[in-house]
Write a protein that binds this ligand. Structure first.
Ligand SMILES: [Zn+2]
Length: 393
């Protein structure tokens, strides 16, 4: 389903421009908050559209002038009248493309990389009215649909840092929120496989994982920790939210890859032909393992399997190709590698300014943003770990 929730953009409510533009992220969660402001009839927005816009402007002012932040800390504000307003600028655009922007609502990296929704009110015991609740369900369903965030990953602020937010009542409603979002998305709870699941569907999952080179342990129809690890590796490899849960988005990719493996074979010829799929898988595994400690072992193993003639031909072909040892790129570096780096950053949604082959402050900032988004050491230097990560599609 496309993004159908009705959201008032920051431009529409008259936001001030941000002090700096946030880096794009690959979100894994939705983080639910309450504003801890008065409930109706004393609510700040008074349930009106004009009141909602005024509220958004006052929150932005408090975050920028009071906290010294670049912009509003949250990604969305859902008011008592059921009006949803964009918070941090760039959010709406990024979410519609399946991404998010780094924000400042959750008190932890994991949360700040994910969209945070502020719900107007104090929900310790007070119960949200129906229109505000429906807007929240709509918004979450739209976000889950474009970003592939599993509804199980709709969490409360208190799951990320020590706080009472979003209040006991709203926190206890999160299972209901997840259920209603799933219904809106057309996926029911029992379609999701997770650790502890058993049955033929789990066996099928394990078979596909195994065939794809992600070892789930024994193919026994029991979803144990080995299967979880294999699912997480599979999800990482395919750029899915790596939560170890097999819902509709992960199944879609599992089905696609397992189908592409069942290439129609020419029955008239009994001669075994090398499968093009295994060649592609080898290249993908190489890209995936680059920079990881067991890469060397993998290459050595492969080398041991090759004939002397093949190895000789390999060196004939490739040894004479011009090549340079890989030097880390950092601020001050110039050249075609830097240009390539800037193109890769751009492709991944990190703006490094112009792709001019000059590693300046903006490129460094983009590298740091990328490293943070990937949970890597954010040193702004592109070496043996960052370079392969950038090359992964
Ligand atoms: Zn909060």
């Amino acid at each position: 389903m496309p993004f159908t929730a009705s959201v008032i953009s920051a431009k529409e409510w008259g936001a001030r421009p941000p002090k700096s533009w946030p880096a794009e992220t690959r979100p894994q969660f939705i983080v639910i908050h309450h504003t801890a402001s008065p409930n109706p009839p004393n609510d700040v927005s008074r349930g009106t559209l004009a009141g909602a816009k005024t509220f958004a402007r006052s929150v932005q002012k408090a975050h920028m002038d009071g906290f010294g932040w670049a912009d509003s800390g949250h990604n969305f504000l859902n008011t008592t009248g059921g009006f949803v307003l964009e918070g941090r600028q760039g959010t709406l655009n990024a979410i519609k493309r399946g991404r998010c922007v780094r924000s400042a609502h959750a008190g932890s990296d994991k949360g700040n990389e994910s969209p945070g929704i502020e719900n107007e009110g104090t929900f310790t015991t007070y119960q949200m009215n129906a229109q505000q609740w429906n807007s929240l369900v709509d918004l979450c369903a739209s976000i889950c649909s474009t970003t592939n965030i599993n509804p199980d990953n709709i969490r409360g602020h208190r799951d990320f840092s020590p706080t009472q937010c979003p209040g006991d009542w709203l926190y206890n409603q999160l299972p209901r929120l997840r259920r209603e979002v799933r219904q809106r998305l057309g996926t029911s709870d029992d379609e999701i496989l997770r650790e502890g699941s058993t049955g033929p569907k789990v066996r099928e999952l394990q078979q596909i994982l195994k065939a794809q080179g992600f070892n789930p342990g024994p193919v026994d129809g029991i979803f144990g920790s080995g299967t979880t690890d294999a699912v997480i590796s599979f999800q990482k490899f395919h750029g899915l939210a790596s939560d170890g849960l097999v819902g509709s988005s992960t199944w879609k990719v599992l089905e696609r890859v397992s189908k592409s493996q069942e290439k129609p074979t020419d029955s008239s010829s009994s001669a075994p032909t090398p499968s093009p799929i295994s060649a592609i898988a080898l290249l993908d595994s190489y890209k995936y393992y680059r920079g990881l400690p067991h890469q060397l072992q993998a290459i050595e193993w492969l080398q041991g399997k090759l004939s002397k003639a093949t190895l000789e031909e390999f060196s004939q072909r490739w040894r004479t190709q011009p090549s340079q040892p890989f030097l880390p790129l950092q601020e001050g570096s110039i050249g075609p590698e830097v240009k390539q780096l800037q193109q890769l950053l751009k492709k991944q949604g990190f703006d490094s300014g112009s792709t001019d082959g000059v590693f300046g402050a903006k490129t460094k900032a983009a590298v740091i943003a990328f490293q943070r988004a990937k949970g890597m050491e954010a040193d702004g230097i592109v070496g043996a770990v960052t370079w392969p990560a950038l090359n992964l599609a």
